[in-house]
Design a protein around this ligand. Structure first.
Ligand SMILES: [Cu+2]
Length: 167
């Protein structure tokens, strides 16, 4: 019985660590906590701060909110060949921002900001789908990510960089 109990206590965390590890790490890290009810009111996830922004070092930061059943912004534009720092959170349930055809899948959880580093060598278009069952509309939860040449991206004004106006 003791052996069995120890086994259960060890095996469950060992095989399901991905479900407890990251939220725990994020909680310990602190600054990445965010109030899901306040996202649209204040802080970095207010509406006009979402989308792609150029960082001082030439890389870009993308801020997104996942919610039932869409990703905001619905379409994201990023430059090719440049590090993309994704910062994503959820307004409600757990979602996963997964780019079809790549190995990128980033979990978005309410209350925390998930950071991920992406990079795209060449221009192209990707469909992003939610890879975490989140309710009735889950299978409709799709968005787009467009990778454009770096020069083309830099020539756009900040409003156009924020969405998918340019192609
Ligand atoms: Cu989903």
């Amino acid at each position: 019985m003791i052996v069995f109990t120890v086994l259960i206590l060890c095996v469950i965390p060992a095989t399901r660590y991905y479900q407890i590890d990251q939220p725990l790490m994020r909680w310990l890290r602190g600054p990445n906590r965010v109030d899901p009810a306040e996202l649209h009111l204040s802080g970095e996830f207010v509406e006009n701060n979402l989308g792609t922004e150029i960082d001082p070092d030439g890389s870009v930061t993308v801020r997104m909110i996942a919610q039932q059943y869409l990703f905001v912004p619905h379409c994201v534009l990023v430059p090719a060949g440049v590090p993309v720092h994704l910062r994503i959170t959820s307004a409600d349930a757990a979602h996963t921002f997964a780019l079809i055809g790549t190995h990128y899948a980033v979990k978005a959880l309410p209350g925390t900001i998930t950071e991920a580093q992406l990079q795209f060598a060449n221009p192209g278009e990707y469909t992003a789908a939610c890879a975490e069952f989140c309710g009735a509309g889950h299978f409709e939860m799709r968005s787009e990510l467009k990778v454009v040449p770096r020069e083309q991206f830099q020539a756009l004004d900040s409003v156009k960089r924020g969405g998918c106006v340019a192609r």
